[in-house]
Design a protein around this ligand. Sequence first.
Ligand SMILES: [Zn+2]
Length: 308
Amino acid sequence: MRSSVVVGMLWMLTVAVAMAAAPAPPKFDGGRAYEYLRQVVAFGPRPAGSPALESTRQYIKKQLAEAGIQVIEQPFDADTPIGRVHMVNLVARIPGASPDRIVFAGHYDTKLFREFRFVGANDAGSSTAFLIEWGRVLKARKNPLTTELLFLDGEEATLPEWDTATKDHTYGSRHYVEAAQKDKSLSSLRAMILVDMIGDRDLNIRRESASSSWLTDAIWAAAKRLKYGDVFLDQTEAIEDDHIPFLDAGVPAVDIIDGPGSYPPWHTAGDTLDKVSARSLQVVGDVLYEALPTIEKRAAARPGRAGF
Ligand SMILES: [Zn+2]
């Protein structure tokens, strides 16, 4: 009896020492992500070129700086149907063992509506907040590849309707890819993972049909392992989004999105805080964290390409 108590105490001591020596990396915290989302939404409507979006940029930079992550601005002027608009992508890099990169992207602009107040809690508060929290998690993780957090400006069309032909949308992602082609940095980009509208309380994410299948498969397999098959559905839909310019340039890419069809408040005054939840952000964070080793393995194995 006595000796088993001593053994038990020794065991507990060993565990305590081991835990002190190797602190667990911070897990994705849906509650923290929700708080970022709440603060971003408090800036009000945040269309491209607006002072509120400039405030949002400063906010993102401050949060990432507190996590020890530096942010670079990528400014550009976009010619849109409503005139020239000054836009800024934010690029935050977390160095890994290899200079080869995985990009996690999302847009942070909200769609311009003049007839009602649109604060975009889900679109794009959720992607903005998610990436800040995701950065905090990755900063504390040992990453085999370099990670880039990419906050994209100008995803939304400036006109009310999304027009595929005139390309009045995805200004930030198209600019990023063009710049990376010009300075030849695209060749070190091994995968692009896009999050968009992932805060819906009633989260339903379908496989996006244009996305690279190996990326989609890795993420859906992770969701199955974590028993989130009710969120990551085995259904497919096609969505035009910021991943398309990357795919067009030959970069494997995936869009993690709860599409407009399953989010009734989409592009209405009703896209407000009460429609999103910390739990939904948590599920996406947990699934991407679980999928990451598989994605990193495959991305690292992909042969480099010449010509970019
Ligand atoms: Zn939108």
